[in-house]
Design a protein around this ligand. Structure first.
Ligand SMILES: [Fe+2]
Length: 368
């Protein structure tokens, strides 16, 4: 069996309306001077102001940083560091989706350990302790609140830098399903599908352990049900809750295992065709599961009695996602070059069936 070293580090609160307790929870961590990291969409939705009010009501000084976009780059993170540096920050609160949470972790590296973002590319590059952090995810998808990595684009070279450290974790995650209702339906569907892929990929990787298995299975069960629920009725708070916890468990599964060929095939689609991550995943996941069958059929069957690739295609259709690469604007002649890039992705190394350029081309061709 694959050994593991599980270090649960986070307090996790789940419930409708828990967001209102943010100030009280922040106080309990001992912080007094807070940096609030929330993307501009959070200002528009009013959640950033609500968070600031809740923190100030508990006599905390709050500095709010919003100047970053989806897929934050190193220049944005450095601007966040410069903004926060004079205020002697002792707590960071992230409100938003994966970009807010990644940005918060990245600013934390620079504030507490100095240097530039590229100094943290890789794993375990921070020598000093990081500031305590609280995450309030408002999308059910990446599960970044459960992970010790921030993915930041180098603003000079365009490289996607995965910067991880055991210390770069949120001490508290506040999961309030009410916050996810404001998400546009298409974003909810694609990020939910991404979360679903985290459950399925972690279930079968070569890094899969008895522990990640618990999270993968619970995540699958919750998301398989929740994704259908929110498309039938976007206001269904039970379904929203299932997705939010499912995405959190998916994040924990990724943190304790690894991803596989679907993520390796999805990254080049996003890089060259600007296809959002969750949509790129939905385009390749059913084909990856089919391609993995010779190596992983028993584990898939244990999880889902029935035609799993068919169920995945059905969920993508229910969620209103494009069905094929062609539908998404990817022509056949692009496949060999995409496959070459996919074959080089680090995450493909953990796929249950040995994965390379030839495998990627087979998967893309099925997905065409
Ligand atoms: Fe993903």
């Amino acid at each position: 069996m694959v050994p593991f070293d599980f270090r649960p580090r986070a307090r996790v609160l789940f419930g409708e309306g828990e967001f209102a307790r943010l100030g009280e929870i922040a106080r309990e961590t001992g912080g007094q001077r807070c940096l609030l990291v929330a993307d501009p969409g959070m200002v528009q939705a009013g959640y950033a102001q609500e968070a600031a009010r809740s923190l100030k009501a508990r006599r905390m000084a709050v500095q709010s940083f919003h100047e970053f976009t989806a897929d934050p780059n190193s220049a944005m993170v450095e601007a966040g560091r410069d903004f926060a540096a004079p205020h002697n920050i002792d707590l960071i609160v992230a409100v938003g989706g994966g970009s807010s949470m990644d940005c918060a972790k990245a600013i934390n590296f620079l504030l507490s350990n100095g240097g530039n973002m590229s100094d943290y590319w890789g794993y375990g590059k921070a020598a000093q302790p990081l500031l305590p952090m609280i995450a309030v995810p408002t999308t059910a998808g990446t599960g970044s609140e459960a992970q010790s990595y921030a993915t930041i684009t180098d603003s000079e070279t365009g490289a996607r830098m995965a910067c991880g450290d055991r210390k770069a974790v949120f001490g508290v995650a506040v999961l309030d399903p009410k916050l996810t209702v404001s998400q546009p339906a298409s974003l909810a569907a694609s990020s939910g599908y991404d979360a679903l892929s985290h459950a399925l990929e972690t279930l079968v990787t070569t890094r899969q352990t008895a522990l990640s298995d618990c999270f993968s299975r619970s995540a699958w069960r919750l998301i398989n049900s929740g994704l259908e629920g929110i498309t039938a009725n976007p206001q269904d708070l039970d379904a929203r809750g299932e997705l939010l916890i499912g995405a959190h468990f998916g994040g924990l599964a990724v943190e304790n295992s690894a991803l596989g060929a679907a993520h390796a095939c999805a990254y080049p689609l996003t890089a060259h065709y600007n296809i959002p991550h969750g949509v790129a995943i939905s385009l390749v996941l059913p084909s990856v599961v089919e391609w993995n069958m010779p190596a992983a059929a028993a584990r898939y069957e244990e999880l889902y009695r029935g035609d799993l690739p068919e169920r995945l295609r059905q969920l993508s259709e229910i969620a209103g996602l494009p069905g094929t690469l062609r539908d998404a604007g990817v022509p056949q002649e692009a496949l060999p070059r995409l496959a070459e890039e996919a074959g080089k992705q680090w995450t493909g190394k953990f796929n249950p069936r040995p994965f390379d350029t030839a495998g990627a081309l087979e998967i893309y061709t099925r997905a065409l």
